[in-house]
Design a binder for this molecule. Structure first.
Ligand code: AMP
Ligand code: ZN
Length: 487
């Protein structure tokens, strides 16, 4: 039992994308965890796939907090950025501002507010720091200057490019994604004549006369490349080497590979940025990655329309019942199934939280300590939340069938840890989640009262067999009928 309470002594294993294996988690600074998660580009409403990634990292952060670490969770907002492979040579925000006929910063405000509201709706923790890319232009320029000075970046006509050929002579390239230089992102279709090599990526882009999002730099007016933003913001708030860098698996290449190349170059090492890289897998629909550009996406609002009450918890349950490194395919049938399973657990939690054991039974048929250890083991094995959920189901079945038989000490322990796992670590919302279940519970109360009246009639008619059966069934769900009082 002792290990359960010394939380930081938990042996947590994390799949490290950098090493391609599960590794024991050990923080760089005792008792502290620094984590950077790539945030959204705020040019539109986010889709369910984006929220999958943020839900996963919310659980990861919550678990570190639960274990007693002091966590610094940094998640950025990308509100500007030149993207490779973009034939328009302009960022998504500017493009959207032209479509909507409003200022780029109005676009940023509109979709950042919507993002924040949705995170709130999903009960996700706020990051400790939420840096905004346009608020860190000075830091980005400073880094680019360093890269130019080291001759790992070159200037052409007011734009700066990262020199991949030079980099691979000094450092390892492709360690994160296992991608070889020949596969590097830029396709010939969008070949940019300014680049020495089509594999080089942009650090700073010269602003054309009509590009209204621009900043003064030593190289003239321009705007930053996407990859340099995250390097500048993660280093500023977490240092040159921190614990965890996370994001969706689609960011592993080229975004994270480029981030790593930039910070390695700045710090003259192969070992900068993060010790553990964590990548969550994609949400698909009909087998294809849910994405804005493909148009095959659903927004949170789309599912709210169908499930008004505890939609946020059901969506979270739908996401968390699959492992974070597996693909999830969205289907209405599976979503419906999740609702059923979720209500199953929430109902048992309600019974558990409203039950007061009166007697201390000697029955030790359920070992709560073993169950708690099993639950922690699931999380400690690279956040195996689906296994944790199956353990919660085991407890949930027990609560519904045999709550009265549980030893009193075991009962209080079970209650405490069921709540820890469900609300503190998985982050389900308390009030909303119980709402629908409460409505059902009110109906259930009426049915139970009627059943008790019917049983009373039966006893009057000496129908002992069924009246006893009803009494036993009610006892199993924690309702003890005292026949002396009934007479
Ligand atoms: P973006 O705004 O495109 O940079 O995406 C924000 C976050 O959502 C990133 O961490 C992406 O990896 C993640 N993401 C994008 N599409 C999906 C998807 N279909 N499933 C899961 N995560 C996604
Ligand atoms: Zn990033």
């Amino acid at each position: 039992m002792k290990n359960i309470f010394i939380r930081r002594k938990h042996i947590l294993k994390i799949y490290n994308s950098l090493k391609k294996k599960k590794e024991l988690f050990s923080p760089l600074h005792k008792n502290y965890v620094g984590i950077y998660v790539c945030g959204p580009t705020v040019y539109d409403y986010l889709h369910l796939g984006n929220y999958r990634t943020f839900i996963i990292f919310d659980v990861i952060v919550r678990y570190f907090i639960h274990l007693g670490y002091k966590v610094r969770y940094v998640r950025n907002i990308t509100d500007v950025g030149h993207l490779e492979n973009n034939e328009f040579e302009e960022d998504k925000i500017l493009k959207k501002s032209i479509i909507e006929g409003i200022e780029p910063m109005e676009i940023v405000n509109k979709y950042t507010t919507s993002f924040h509201n949705s995170l709130n709706f999903l009960n996700l923790l706020n990051p400790n720091i939420e840096p905004i890319a346009t608020g860190h232009i000075i830091e980005q320029i400073d880094m680019i200057k360093k890269l130019v000075k080291k001759k790992l970046a070159y200037i052409v006509n007011g734009s700066i490019y990262f020199d991949i050929n030079k980099y691979i002579k000094l450092y390892n390239y492709g360690v994160l994604s296992n991608n070889k230089i020949d596969n590097l992102y830029t396709s010939d279709t969008f070949y940019n004549k300014e680049k020495k090599n089509s594999k080089d990526f942009c650090l700073w882009k010269k602003a054309n006369y009509n590009h209204i999002m621009n900043w003064t730099s030593p190289w003239g007016k321009g705007f930053p490349g996407w990859h340099i933003e995250c390097t500048a913001m993660s280093i500023k708030y977490l240092g040159s080497y921190f614990d965890i860098h996370g994001g969706g698996i689609d960011l592993k290449f080229p975004h994270h590979e480029c981030e790593l190349a930039q910070s390695n170059s700045i710090y003259n090492t192969n070992n900068s940025s993060a010790r553990y890289w964590m990548h969550s897998n994609m949400l698909t629909i009909d087998g294809y990655k849910m994405s804005k550009s493909k148009g095959n996406f659903l927004k949170l609002q789309d599912i709210i329309k169908e499930y008004t009450n505890n939609c946020s918890n059901i969506f979270k349950f739908f996401i968390l019942k699959s492992h974070y490194r597996s693909i999830i395919n969205f289907s209405k049938i599976d979503f419906k199934k999740s609702e059923k399973s979720y209500l199953n657990i929430i109902r048992s939690l309600e019974i558990l939280n409203n039950f007061t054991p009166t007697k201390n039974t000697q029955d030790n048929f359920f070992n709560t300590n073993d169950w708690i250890i099993k639950c922690y083991k699931s999380i400690n094995d690279d956040f195996n939340i689906p296994l944790l959920i199956s353990n919660l189901f085991e407890a949930s079945n027990l609560i519904k069938r045999s709550l009265l038989k549980i030893n009193k000490d075991n009962f209080f322990l079970l209650k405490k840890y069921m709540n820890y796992f469900f609300f503190d670590i998985l982050g389900f919302k308390k009030d909303n989640s119980l709402k629908r279940s409460n409505n059902k519970s009110k109906k259930l109360d009426i049915i139970i009262k009627k059943l008790i009246i019917i049983r009373k009639e039966m006893r009057k008619n000496k129908e002992w067999y069924y009246s006893d059966k009803i009494r036993k069934e009610l006892l199993n769900i924690g309702i003890n009928i005292n026949d002396d009082k009934l007479q």
